[in-house]
Design a protein around this ligand. Sequence first.
Ligand code: OOB
Length: 533
Amino acid sequence: MSIEYTPWPAELAKKYRAKGYWQDKPLTSILSEQLDKNGQGIAVADGQRQITYTELNTYSDNLAGYFAEQGLTHGDTAIVQLPNSLEFYITYFALLKLGVAPVCALFNHQRTELQSYCEILQPKVMIVSSAHSLFGDEQFSHELYNRFSCLTKIITDHSKGNSELKQGYLHKHTFIARDLNPEDVAFFQLSGGSTGTPKLIPRTHNDYLYSVVASKEICELNGDTRYLCALPAPHNFPLSSPGALGVFIAGGTVILANDPSPTVCFPLIERFGITHSALVPPALQLWLQHASATNTDLSSLQVIQVGGAKLSRSVAEQVTPVLGCQLQQVFGMAEGLVNYTRYDDDQELILTTQGRPISDLDEIKIVDEHGSPVAPGESGRLMTRGPYTFRGYYKSPAHNASAFDADGFYSSGDIVKQLPSGHLVVEGRDKDQINRGGEKIAAEEVENHLLGHAQIQQVAIVSMPDEALGEKSCAFVVADQGVKLTTLILRKYLRQLGIADYKVPDKFKFVEQLPLTAVGKVNKKALRATFEQ
Ligand code: OOB
């Protein structure tokens, strides 16, 4: 059984194949193609350990065999939540090999996020880490087993000592490889989201492999590339743009960091001779601040990619003088479309634009609020379709009806303008989302949690400007008459529900009422304007 998804129309699929963009190969070919030429090359290293391509392949074969013994089979789904570790890639490839499609949660996701993914995906298995507070003991696992009858197994990786996961991959378990259909869903990406419940993005072997192969070419990765993965490994940026998968195609080495702070990353840059890394703007700012004061040798750095949120020109300008390497801006989304500034672009384009699309078959439309194209060079809403941009969220027909136009163009919710060179400049956003230094918060999701509080009548969450993160979140709260709620009470309430920390509003404002628009909706623009001086 294959996993359902909205396919590309036949005539477009034909075009993507005719150009050779869809190669009809599974994502697992990334690994198998390294074995003969580069089996002894180091694929992944963290501070303590490293594994070769041959080991990555053998371990993921073993684990696939172990999963099969546990009853997992092609067409099943899984939830993976692992820190940046060798085990993440071993597990990812093991599931791909079996034809089991995982969603890889971020490590800072908590109870409510994991429960939502379980609800949508009905996974048969979860692969998690005891280093996460939820899985330090059995309690949450029991809750999940009780609530989701689909769930047959929660496999825990113990960061110290032996674990079921390690038993699974270190020991021989026979795995009989089966043919994978490259048109099938390989795994799910997480959407940054703008709705009440999280949305999952089905990514097929064909579309994802193309985005990685093309990204690896644009970014000129090769066997000498040593890529520092300091952002959460499952995120689309460090996984595929060109990310770890791009490095594996090139036969280079991925070095893992637990977080993007200079204290963690600078020693790794020196020790491993890191050539490339990917950062969000706030992390870049920290690197810039620390670089001038450090004795660490950063001279191996060739390229720093920056994306996930808007980079200001003044920060962009410092990259080459301070870090001594090239800046590449990356504007991408888990749904598909990724844009890069090219290394040989004019300096002005590199400093002030978010790049141009990967592919000549990426189609871009910039439209006004009625859906009509704006004049060239004007700003408007970004709509896109192409060989690696998805055609529908998983099991979300109602939301899909508004997220796509009649021609299958996806509305990303970004306000952009396009220069004659094709480069896009991100000017703003027309989605109910806060971009907290690259971490995306769907306002409605957190609003719904707060509305669950017995003494809250109304709530609206909007972004407020922040020096370090670009944006932070503020909740405007209308409480029941005569009730005195405090920031402390509501923070505690949300933490007890179990939501990721970055989603907890940075500020709460208690108000008598919320401003309304002419049609009676909450006027978020007016709320945001209260932060402007
Ligand atoms: C990346 O992916 P997501 O899915 O976490 O977030 C996508 C959204 C975009 O729609 C846009 O609103 C924002 O993040 N964004 C940027 C940006 N890059 C992403 N806004 C301004 N400037 C940029 N450079 O964030 C992502 C995926 C792949 C590669 C890079 C980033």
